[in-house]
Write a protein that binds this ligand. Structure first.
Ligand code: M6R
Length: 602
């Protein structure tokens, strides 16, 4: 989703902004822009629709800029046009502003203050920058006070970077709900919505809290509350490896990230188990989870799909009743909660606005929460009672893969630790089975060529497809369908196999691909019955099965792992299937249309 980079001080401002915006490209955007201010009250605005490469061609890298702000925009208010792209400027072009988030009361503010101001875009952001100038002029306020005054009247989510071209020695910033960090350097400072974008210029960062006002010069940063009270805060070192951001020899990040899954899984075993194979989780966390009479898993998209596997693991292994909820629904219609609930927020990015909104609600109720995330220090991690990290390394492709398997693995390890702490007998050795899973993943990854051929024969021309399965296979089919639709644009739906005959079977036509996942003996026979039903109606039925329950004509057979962990291997086949379909269709696998990596608006 939208990204921000701002820079003040010595260095080539244009280089830092453009490199930063390129690093934010993976998050999804449809236009981009930068604003540069020179010492002598001169400013330069560059904006383009489409890729950063388009913008790069128009930017003058030789301008002697001392401060700059850059932005990638994912359209919310108004189409992806040059006029709607950020930075936005006030009427007299004194102020330039970049914004992530949504200003909810922008229409009301426009009516109240800006009736006579000419606006050039359809965005909520332009209202903010126009207001700053309005307060500066009409209430004779300094830039800082006009900014503060504006922050007091705007409602919604925002991360803001502001330049006053009459005083280019200062860069202003503020945030509410949307992520923004300060990066500290020698003779320069930066603002950035994701440390990854500026990790090659500094690894030292300062957190900004909601409703603080930040002023940056090239050698100082001041954080103030709106009351004027100055806040002292320790910086931290971001543990990001710039090389993790490289694709290496891979054509797309998604393939690299699919391939990384066995390594991530082994890393998680090491991170959460000691040398004796005993789980190592914070004692307080284990106590809090064990004490829960019900767990509520809250998440969106792929993380929500992982939540269903987590539910099964927590119920079967740790014996704790567990529910799964869509974050975007949860905060607005709370279920009747149990006496001692615990909430698990599953979120790769740790910044998803829908999940954050649900966490705000949980915190208002004073209830315990655990965020399982890939991003240390992310908003959901900071605001939950406990955090567990996915240790998956940066996930750049919009389509989530390694975060999904890492989320399931962390929940499996957690469930096993709770089991042990409650003295429940183990039905299998978690560490040994997870190690086996990592090896089976590798054997699937070695079959890429076969999967690609199979995709070319079965999926390339279709407009729609179905995934079916029962129980755990059904939950995996939810993720498999999401993966295929988001990157190949084939309309793909997942169904509990038994439900097909209750309506959906009407959609089956000659040649419709129906991919059945079969790992469980107990339900496998029934799913096979459903496969026959669709075949009898002309479907091109494809079976992916586990060796133990495989039949001779199944299209893809994978080595057997323990049923509870089967989703971890089953999903890999479906990830590759989605990847090769998108590749074969000539699509941009890593940056599918309309999507953003980190969805920071509700
Ligand atoms: O960062 P999160 O895990 O909270 O993100 C949730 C979804 O936006 C995300 O999983 C999305 O569905 C992915 N594009 C799926 O590949």
């Amino acid at each position: 989703m939208c990204g921000i980079v701002g820079f003040i001080g010595h260095g080539n401002v244009q280089d830092v902004l453009m490199n930063g915006l390129e690093k934010l490209e993976y998050r999804g955007y449809d236009s981009a822009g930068i604003y540069l201010a020179e010492g002598g009250q001169t400013g330069h605005l560059f904006k383009e629709v489409g890729r950063i490469a388009n913008l790069k061609e128009t930017v003058d890298f030789d301008l002697p800029a001392v401060v700059g702000i850059g932005h990638t925009r994912w359209a919310t208010h108004g189409m992806a046009t040059k006029a709607n792209a950020h930075p936005h400027q006030s009427m007299n072009q004194r102020y330039s502003l970049v914004h992530n988030g949504v200003i909810e009361n922008y229409q009301a503010l426009k009516t109240e203050y800006l009736k006579n101001i000419q606006l050039n875009s359809e965005t909520d952001t332009e209202i903010v920058v126009a207001l700053i100038e309005w307060f500066a002029n009409n209430e004779s306020l300094s830039t800082k006070d006009a900014f503060k005054r504006t922050l007091e009247v705007i409602e919604g989510s925002y991360a803001l970077g502001l330049i006053d071209k009459e005083n280019p020695e200062v860069l202003y910033a503020a945030k509410n709900k949307s992520p923004l960090l300060i990066g500290l350097g020698q003779d320069f400072n930066v603002i950035v919505s994701d440390a990854m974008a500026t990790i090659d210029v500094t690894n030292e960062y300062l957190e900004i809290k909601d409703k603080e006002l930040i002023t940056l010069t090239k050698d100082a940063v001041t954080i103030e509350k709106f009351t004027g009270e100055v806040v002292q805060r320790e910086s931290y070192i971001a543990e990001l490896d710039a090389s993790d951001l490289e694709k290496g020899t891979y054509p797309f990040y998604m393939l690299k990230e699919i391939d990384e899954q066995p390594t991530v899984l082994r890393r998680l075993i090491q991170s959460y188990q000691d040398e004796q194979g005993q789980a190592v989780f914070e004692a307080d966390l284990l106590k809090a989870v064990s004490a829960a009479d019900r767990i509520y898993i809250i998440a969106c998209g792929t993380s929500y799909n992982a939540g269903w596997i987590g539910r099964s693991l927590l119920e079967k292994i740790a014996h704790i009743p567990t529910e799964v909820h869509l974050a975007s629904e949860f905060a607005y219609e709370l279920p009747l909660l149990s006496q001692q609930p615990l909430f698990i927020f599953l979120t790769q990015s740790g910044e998803t606005a829908d999940s954050r909104q649900a966490l705000v609600k949980v915190n208002e109720l004073g209830l315990p929460s655990l965020t399982i995330t890939n991003v240390k220090g992310s908003t959901l991690s900071r605001e939950a009672s406990y955090t567990l990290l996915l240790h998956a390394g940066p996930e750049i492709a919009v389509a989530s893969t390694k975060a999904y398997t890492a989320q399931i693995t962390v929940m499996a390890l957690l469930a096993d630790a709770i089991r042990a702490s409650k003295g429940i007998e183990a039905s299998f050795n978690m560490e040994r089975e997870l190690s086996l899973v990592a090896s089976v993943m590798e054997s699937i990854l070695a079959e890429k060529a076969a999967i690609q051929t199979w995709v070319e024969d079965s999926l390339m021309e279709t407009r729609n497809a179905f995934y079916i399965g029962r129980t755990l296979d059904y939950y995996v089919s939810m993720e498999a369908a999401l993966k295929l639709k988001e990157i190949s644009y084939i309309q793909t739906e997942s169904f509990a196999a038994g439900e097909l005959k209750h309506g959906t079977i009407a959609l089956i036509e000659e040649g419709t691909p129906v991919i059945a996942l079969i790992t469980e003996e107990i339900v496998g026979a029934h799913t096979r019955g459903n496969v026959e039903e669709v075949r009898a109606r002309g479907a091109n039925a494809i079976v992916i099965s586990m060796q133990e329950v495989a039949r001779v004509d199944d299209q893809f057979v994978i080595p057997t792992v323990t049923t509870a962990l089967a989703p971890l291997v089953m999903v890999v086949v479906t990830q590759l299937l989605a990847y090769y379909t998108a590749l074969g269709r000539g699509l941009d696998v890593d940056k599918p249309r309309n999507l953003a990596k980190s969805v920071t608006v509700e």
